[in-house]
Design a protein around this ligand. Structure first.
Ligand SMILES: NC(=O)c1ccc[n+]([C@@H]2O[C@H](COP(=O)([O-])OP(=O)(O)OC[C@H]3O[C@@H](n4cnc5c(N)ncnc54)[C@H](OP(=O)(O)O)[C@@H]3O)[C@@H](O)[C@H]2O)c1
Length: 279
């Protein structure tokens, strides 16, 4: 689909790049010639992913253990990265989310989702942006949001609020940092089965939700990886501040109520889910 070497010469950091969509996108970036850096909280997960990605693609992967909720840790990671060479791209992919009736959420649970999805994304974005501006160079920031940014989403209200904030940041910075050569964009994915998303968001599994997707299937990781490669590449050099949806048309069909079965869950079912999530 792309010329080999589309991303050659680019150093790209993917937050949460050790699992799920971040890992799949990282694999595509490596195939297209990028030097890849991945971060997350779990060293073993990152190291395993890096070894596998290097074996699969022959590319180079650097790992950074970093909890993006901690601004000092993000700043230290960026300083370490810049000591070697500046980044050319940042993919904000790390996030936290789980289903819950909103009236049952504690303030702490609400804050926990905002801390990673909104604040952590902001710390990473500011960390690269200020260094690019200080260094007089540009770069690209791509953020994975959700179709909830358009419709809101029942039972994942903190995430919907956080992702809407990330899209507002994407659009705001497109205008503020565009003149500095920094380009921003976002992707709003639909259903792309990953272990993380299935366990926290779709306990009934992907098959239970496919009926609501007009194309009647889940997304293939290669499809979002190709979109993320294009948007990170110089071929997308005039796309700034936009959000591209890749969901088989699901948000148009289902809007804010994508998990209909949850309206009928009993208190006991919610208790059971909460217990399994903490285990
Ligand atoms: N899969 C879907 O269908 C779907 C749909 C819409 C949007 N999305 C979005 O796509 C992105 C990836 O989701 P996914 O399905 O691939 O889930 P995932 O595999 O659970 O990925 C989340 C990643 O974020 C990292 N992370 C979480 N908290 C972190 C923190 N505080 N600091 C640093 N890293 C942290 C995790 O690593 P550690 O736990 O090791 O830190 C993990 O690698 C998310 O932004 C999600 O909202 C996914």
């Amino acid at each position: 689909m792309f010329a080999p070497g589309l991303l050659a010469g680019k150093r790209i950091l993917i937050t949460g790049g050790g699992t799920g969509l971040g890992r799949s996108i990282g694999s595509r970036y490596l195939e297209l010639g990028a030097a890849l850096l991945i971060c997350g909280r779990r060293a073993a997960v990152l190291e395993t992913a890096a070894a596998e990605l290097q074996a699969e693609t022959g590319g180079h992967v650097q790992t950074h253990v970093c909890d993006i909720r901690d601004p000092a840790a993000v700043d230290a990671m960026m300083t370490t990265i810049w000591a070697e060479a500046p980044l050319d791209g940042l993919l904000n992919n790390a996030a936290g989310n789980f289903i819950s009736r909103t009236e049952r959420l504690s303030p702490r649970a609400f804050d926990a989702v905002l801390a990673v999805t909104l604040h952590g994304t902001a710390y990473c974005t500011m960390g690269v942006g200020k260094r690019w501006i200080e260094g007089g160079r540009g770069g690209s920031i791509l953020s994975i949001v959700s179709t909830s940014v358009f419709t809101g989403r029942a039972f994942t209200v903190p995430s919907a609020a956080a992702k809407a904030g990330v899209l507002a940041m994407t659009r705001s910075l497109a205008v503020e940092w565009g003149p500095r050569g920094i380009r921003t964009a976002a992707i709003a994915p639909g259903l792309f089965p990953t272990a993380g998303a299935m366990s926290r968001l779709s306990p009934a599994g992907p098959d239970a939700t496919i009926a609501g997707v007009p194309l009647r299937r889940a997304g293939d990781h290669a499809e979002i990886a190709n979109l993320a490669a294009f948007l990170m590449s110089d071929q997308a050099g005039y796309i700034n501040g936009d959000c591209i949806t890749i969901d088989g048309g699901r948000w148009l069909a289902e809007g804010a109520a994508q998990n209909d079965a949850l309206f009928d869950w009993t208190d006991e079912q919610w208790d059971q889910f909460r217990g399994s999530r903490k285990a």
